[in-house]
Write a protein that binds this ligand. Structure first.
Ligand SMILES: [Zn+2]
Length: 272
């Protein structure tokens, strides 16, 4: 299908659907200048001290690193908090929130940058399935609780050595706090039960439209949710700059565009 025809068919579905599920991943926040770190070169370029020590992103994003390389582990997240804090949710986020005023909707995101909530999305309509960099939990899991901490800076950061200091503490036991994020090899992430319940409740009734945005082959969580829904009759729109990203869901409604540009265009056609 030609792009223009796909956009018009998709806009019709958006206008007429009753319940939509947004499945957002790295490509959604990339348009707000949030780096993904799937691309190794970009990661090494941002963090030369990690290259010298051969510490890859998945080494630092782990409970192991918080126990054995604490200054580097916190530096990695402190850098990302500062980066996210300097950037704003783009127009696509606002458009999704507007659509949710017209139709029932829910966001299932693998992003941890908190941009959906920052854009003003209803906190009862989102599952941040990999957590959020704006929440913390105890490294020793003295309780399963997590808490909000949106302060920037959170710790001290030496950009030359990429070592952090003055680490945040658990509000219960005063040991070290860690990000409330599902990291690599992480059996200690305490999760967000309320968000999980809201998502399960949303799926109790049928979803007539799912929109998959900016998914990457490295983390196909959202692709499989879209595929599962499609098999039970849900229409699926896939927005991605990378044509190979349509392999799992393989929908006819594939929009080869940046997330932000696609939302602006779809919104204009559907409601403009
Ligand atoms: Zn604790």
């Amino acid at each position: 299908m030609a792009l223009l025809e796909t956009l018009h068919k998709s806009a019709d579905l958006i206008r007429n659907c009753k319940r939509m599920l947004l499945l957002t991943s790295a490509g959604m926040s990339a348009d707000s200048n949030i780096p993904t770190f799937r691309d190794k070169d970009g990661y090494w370029k941002n963090f030369p001290p990690f290259k010298e020590k051969n510490l890859e992103a998945q080494d630092l994003a782990s409970p192991w690193a918080f126990r054995n390389e604490l200054p580097h582990a916190w530096a990695f997240y402190e850098w990302r908090r500062r980066n996210a804090n300097e950037n704003q949710p783009h127009e696509g986020y606002r458009i999704i929130n507007e659509w949710f005023e017209k139709n029932d909707g829910f966001i299932h995101t693998t992003n941890t940058d908190g941009l959906h909530l920052m854009s003003g999305c209803d906190k009862d309509r989102i599952l941040e399935v990999h957590g959020s960099m704006w929440r913390l939990q105890c490294l020793d899991t003295c309780t399963n609780q997590y808490w909000d901490d949106v302060s920037v800076p959170l710790c001290d950061l030496d950009n030359q050595t990429m070592r952090a200091s003055n680490f945040p503490k658990c509000i219960h036991c005063s040991s070290i706090a860690r990000p409330h994020i599902l990291m690599f090899g992480d059996g200690e992430y305490t999760g967000h039960p309320e968000q999980g319940i809201n998502f399960r409740n949303f799926l109790q009734e049928s979803v007539d439209l799912a929109i998959l945005v900016g998914s990457s082959g490295a983390v196909p969580t959202n692709d499989y949710i879209a595929l599962h829904l499609m098999e039970s009759g849900t229409e699926v729109i896939n927005i991605n700059l990378d044509a190979s990203s349509n392999q799992i869901v393989n929908t006819d409604l594939f929009i080869e565009m940046k997330g932000k540009d696609a939302f602006v265009e779809l919104n204009r056609i559907a409601f403009g």
